[in-house]
Design a binder for this molecule. Structure first.
Ligand code: NAP
Length: 238
């Protein structure tokens, strides 16, 4: 099994990344989890503007900035925040704003992987992805990814630009994205299963190993708020 993957054909990442959604629960422990993750060889961290209403991105910067060479940070935009009227908001103007806010919180000049969090049914996906492509051309984003998409939405996005990753819910107990995974395999696109450990949590190590063996394009991003759990999860990584 190959222990690394070339994201977008250019960024080498280890097959097991870290999902930073839960680090907001206890910020001190969250910063420790992030630092320990890097010590254990993680070089791919996934976050989003909505996790803790921006707090997850801030904690990534507080814990890890200045970032070591080779660390790949992925974030997302396209969901509304707080009590905003639109729960999903992937209008081009909002994505531009969201990207600028993420750059500021992450203390970055360019985001390695910027993902459309979820398709906004009020905006054609080609328009949302077109905005991300423009951000890429302006140098604010290096690679573009999608999240929570169908094969049809992936194909529509690919008609606009090159897609480096897809992040859908997927684990041994929830195989609803098999067709999307097959499309990613065919195109060499990274497939980042979210909720990789599933609901049962019998053996996180076994779940991670199963995903790694399932497909060479799968990069699980298990999340935890505890150093102890992180260490157990990373002990499974070759
Ligand atoms: N794109 C999307 O729409 C979307 C949606 C959800 C999540 N995500 C991404 O996917 C990442 C992972 O998703 P997730 O956090 O929902 O699911 P997960 O990684 O499958 O599971 C996290 C849960 O498992 C527990 N856990 C982790 N390691 C453990 C261990 N060794 N022993 C016992 N319990 C353990 C965590 O609790 P403790 O904190 O107590 O360890 C937490 O309750 C997120 O961080 C985020 O980056 C994306």
């Amino acid at each position: 099994m190959n222990p690394s993957f070339l994201l977008g054909g250019e960024l080498e990442v280890r097959r097991v990344g870290f999902g930073a959604m839960r680090i907001v629960e206890d910020p001190d422990e969250g910063r420790s989890v992030l630092r320990r993750a890097l010590e254990l060889g993680v070089n791919f961290v996934d976050t989003a503007d909505v996790y803790g209403a921006g707090r997850s991105e801030e904690l990534v910067a507080e814990a890890l900035h200045p970032y070591p060479p080779g660390l790949v940070i992925a974030t997302k935009g396209g969901l509304g925040r707080g009590f905003q009227e639109r729960h999903r908001d992937a209008r081009p103007e909002r994505l531009r704003e969201a990207c600028d806010e993420s750059l500021r919180r992450l203390r970055l000049e360019r985001i390695d992987l910027y993902q459309l969090h979820r398709h906004d049914p009020e905006v054609p996906i080609e328009e949302s992805v077109g905005a991300l492509e423009q951000l890429r051309q302006e140098g604010k984003v290096r690679l573009i990814g999608l999240s929570n998409v169908s094969v049809g939405q992936l194909r529509a996005a690919q008609s606009v630009t090159s897609i480096a990753s897809v992040q859908n819910e997927y684990n041994r107990g929830l195989l609803t994205s098999e067709d999307v995974l097959a499309a990613c395999e065919a195109d060499g696109i990274a497939f980042l299963p979210w909720r990789p450990l599933g609901e049962g949590l019998q053996s996180p190590a076994e779940e991670i190993r199963w995903l790694l063996d399932r497909s060479p394009v799968i990069l699980p991003i298990p999340g935890t708020s505890k150093v102890e759990h992180l260490e157990a999860n990373m002990a499974t990584v070759p």
